[in-house]
Design a protein. Structure first.
Lengths: 549, 258
């Protein structure tokens, strides 16, 4: 009897501790913004505003931020991962496809999962991985050889592992998956290998594929008429960033990558749907509800892989379920996310590849003569790095590249399975022939290209007008994502390795520290035991700050 | 003419003719790699390798293809093996034709230089011009000697291609890298600092001043900073003959000690 009482007491204790350490339910994911102590998805919530309600760190005390811990990474190359944080545990990926679980207060590691990438893997741009998704006690990881892996969040042991695409054909996964209800959603990279991109949903328990949507429509499907001959078979349309989700509409929003081959549009006449578009897919069935194409028949590698920011606005006097989008092609767009209707678009950087947008948001192309510069350059006015939207200021915050152009060239391209299928290239414009141009990443502490080849600017864009409320310029370009908080702070970085806190209302620099190496993804914030932390990756170090005790 | 003297004459003819033109070019630079292979490699590089390794081949940390800095490879065979097998750190294997592989290795070994039109003369004569008529050593430092006002040239043969060297000698302002530009800085305390820019970021600039001091200046202390786009180096087009410039280029290409 005594024994039974004891064991039942123990059971109660265990049950209590389990309740404290609750699983991440679909309902919690829906309300991620309401538990700001956690960072539950890649973008901090389904609306992808990257805006936290935490207010312990304020404009008044941000100068007291202090280094708490550093997690070093032993792997070469840009570290593009964005951690998730659940009840004091941080999950972060590192190259090529490792996952680490750590104490978010101290940075000490609980477990490390190492995935061996098949030698069949082909990736255009480095062994990048941008993070995991979580549901219940399960983490979901996409791999460079195009597998989707489920891991036990407590042990780091694999639960299931399914093939998504054929790595020999150039399919890879670099994005952090997104969990919606009982499904985990992921898309395929490989836009430089002549893939036919797709998005697929998998049962979170079994890994069984539930639905699939091809970003390049096949014969008989709507949109197929925007391709000629067999070009659709190698049409690209990669997916390499995490989608957003509107639960009320039950729609997921995906930015689709460039057409294949990247630079030679002559080889694929037509609009090439759904490349360089946003597609709105039903979360349960994968059915296409609507699409909007930013850059038809693209010649400039202007992937529309930016994060779709969902905001409910009083837009020019009308309550609007809006989608805000600063595109790689240099335009800022406001769309109606219920139906994809174009509401507004205006350039946020210098643009000369077209002369404006028509009433439906379609660009009027002005291709430059061969050898002449095109603005924005190949890396775009912005790119994959996450923007932020603050409901408090009503402003969209974007990391942009200014004064940056490329000379594009078309070359013949023959599709060979698994081989690069580019059809040309792009050379960044430099002020002096032969001088270093801006690269995809920064691998040297010396800025040999200088601002004469382009520079970065954090822009606060008013969605009502497209006007910049303020700008914050950097000498080098920036690939840093942005985080805003409900105390009107904005955190961001750049290639120079400075980590900044700005006033989200004015752009005034409130605090900076030099972390030394390039910051190539967005900071996150979370809280443990009532203390707010801010984490950011600089070079090969994940660095975490909190207010001085 | 005896057989022996005929041979001597032939050697003499070669010795006279060779420095003037293409034969030395083929031998000295770009080494034993055929121009045709280098050209083929360049096309392949731009489509297959450029995306990760970058236009200048130094985009992967620890690797600088153009300057011959590799993580694993030493020999041409090693290079070919890395390309065909890939690496554990994420480089995929490339299934290339043998001629493509030869081309890509040649392009890397040639320092990405496909310009066959730039003349490369005699390095020994170039050294004499560098120290004498050209007065290059008045400003440029090589090895441990010379002033530091202009960029040191000890490894310029690694850093620059012949075409770029040729341009810099003939028209220095056109060839001056933006980072090397002369700066004139007026500090908020009223002092003026002249020097050459070494590095710059949003909040600071690093220079070597005209007293050869390394200085890192916070921009908050700077009132004005002007960055000159005209090089203080004289243009040598017209000052040196084409042959002399080709000789100086040849000498500069031998400077390969970082």
């Amino acid at each position: 009897m005594t024994r039974r009482i004891l064991s039942s007491a123990a059971f109660t204790l265990i049950a209590l501790s389990m309740a404290l350490d609750a699983q991440v339910t679909p309902d919690r994911l829906l309300r991620a913004a309401q538990e700001p102590q956690n960072w539950l998805t890649y973008s901090g919530g389904y609306a992808s505003q990257r805006h936290s309600l935490l207010t312990q760190i304020t404009p008044a005390n941000v100068r007291n931020l202090d280094l708490q811990w550093i997690l070093p990474n032993q792997v070469f190359g840009a570290w593009q991962s964005s951690p998730v944080v659940v009840d004091g545990i941080m999950y972060v990926t590192q190259r090529p496809n490792d996952v680490l679980a750590l104490d978010a207060k101290t940075g000490r590691v609980f477990w490390q999962y190492r995935y061996t990438v098949s030698s069949d893997a082909r990736v255009c741009c480095g062994a990048n991985n941008r993070g995991v998704a979580i549901l219940g006690d399960t983490l979901f990881l996409g791999t460079l050889d195009s597998h989707l892996v489920a891991l036990d969040a407590k042990t780091g042991r694999s639960l299931w592992n399914v093939a998504v695409g054929d790595p020999k054909l150039g399919y890879s996964i670099t994005m952090a998956p997104l969990v919606v209800k009982d499904k985990v959603l992921v898309g395929t990279g490989g836009g430089e290998y002549g893939i036919r991109g797709f998005i697929a949903a998998f049962d979170t328990r079994t890994g069984k594929e539930v639905w699939r949507f091809y970003t390049i429509p096949g014969p008989g499907e709507r949109g197929h008429e925007t391709w000629k001959g067999d070009a659709w078979k190698t049409g690209g349309g990669s997916i390499w960033l995490t989608p957003s989700y509107d639960p009320a509409l039950n729609l997921t929003y995906w930015g689709v990558g460039n057409p294949g081959p990247d630079w030679n549009s002559d080889l694929r006449p037509g609009d090439n749907l759904y490349t360089d578009s946003v597609v709105a897919l039903d979360a349960d069935t994968g059915q296409l509800k609507w699409h909007f194409q930013f850059s038809p028949n693209d010649t400039y590698d202007y992937d529309a892989v930016q994060i779709a920011v969902l905001a409910d606005l009083d837009w020019r006097g009308t309550p609007t379920k809006a989608m805000l989008w600063a595109n790689r092609n240099g335009f800022f767009y406001v769309l109606d996310r219920t139906n994809g209707r174009f509401l507004f678009g205006t350039p946020f950087v210098k643009v000369n590849w077209e002369s404006g947008l028509d009433g439906n948001g379609r660009p009027i192309p002005t291709p430059q003569p061969p050898g002449q510069p095109t603005w924005p350059g190949n890396q775009g006015g912005t790119n994959w790095y996450s923007p932020s939207f603050s409901p408090r200021t009503g402003l969209m915050y974007v990391s942009a590249w200014e004064g940056y152009a490329s000379v594009f060239r078309k070359e013949p391209a023959q599709y060979v399975a698994g081989r690069n299928f580019a059809g040309g290239g792009a050379t960044p414009v430099t002020p002096v022939p032969g001088a270093p141009g801006i690269r995809i990443g920064r691998a040297t502490p010396i800025n040999t290209w200088t601002d004469a080849a382009g520079h970065g600017t954090v822009m606060a864009i008013d969605p009502q007008t497209g006007q910049k409320k303020w700008t914050f310029s950097q000498f080098d370009v920036t690939d840093s994502g942005i985080l805003t908080t409900a105390s009107d702070l904005l955190f961001t970085g750049g290639r120079e390795g400075y980590f900044y806190a700005l006033d989200a209302r004015t752009g005034a620099q409130l605090w900076k520290t030099s972390l030394g190496a390039q910051i190539v993804n967005g900071p996150i914030t979370y809280a443990v035991d009532g203390r707010q932390y801010v984490s950011v990756i600089s070079g090969n170090s994940l660095v975490t700050f909190a207010l001085r005790n | 003419m005896s057989r022996r003297s005929w041979l001597l004459t032939l050697i003499a003819v070669f010795l006279l003719a060779a420095p003037a033109g293409a034969q030395l070019l083929a031998q000295d630079h770009p080494g034993q790699y055929a121009q045709e292979d280098i050209g083929r490699g360049a096309v392949l590089y731009n489509t297959q390798c450029n995306q990760c390794h970058g236009r200048d081949g130094d985009q992967i940390s620890g690797v600088d293809l153009r300057r011959g800095q590799f993580r694993r490879a030493q020999s041409d065979e090693d290079l070919a093996q890395v390309i065909t097998r890939g690496t554990s750190s994420g480089m995929p294997p490339f299934a290339l034709q043998p001629s493509e592989l030869t081309g890509i290795v040649a392009f890397i070994r040639a320092g990405f230089d496909t310009t066959a039109s730039i003349r490369v003369g005699n390095a020994a004569r170039g050294r004499t011009i560098f120290d004498g008529k050209g007065q290059c050593a008045t400003c440029h430092r090589v090895g441990g000697t010379g002033p530091r006002l202009a960029p040191a040239l000890s490894d310029i043969g690694l850093a620059r291609a012949p075409a770029s060297l040729d341009r810099s000698i003939r028209d220095p302002s056109a060839g001056m890298m933006p980072i090397n530009r002369p700066v004139q800085i007026v500090m908020k305390n009223g002092s003026t600092i002249r020097g050459r820019r070494l590095n710059e970021d949003t909040h600071s600039v690093q220079i070597i001043d005209d007293q050869e001091r390394l200085r890192s200046l916070p921009k908050t202390d700077i009132r004005t900073m002007s960055v000159e786009t005209t090089s203080p180096m004289p243009a040598y087009a017209g000052k040196l003959t084409d042959d002399e410039i080709a000789d100086v280029v040849a000498f500069l290409l031998t400077l390969r000690t970082p």
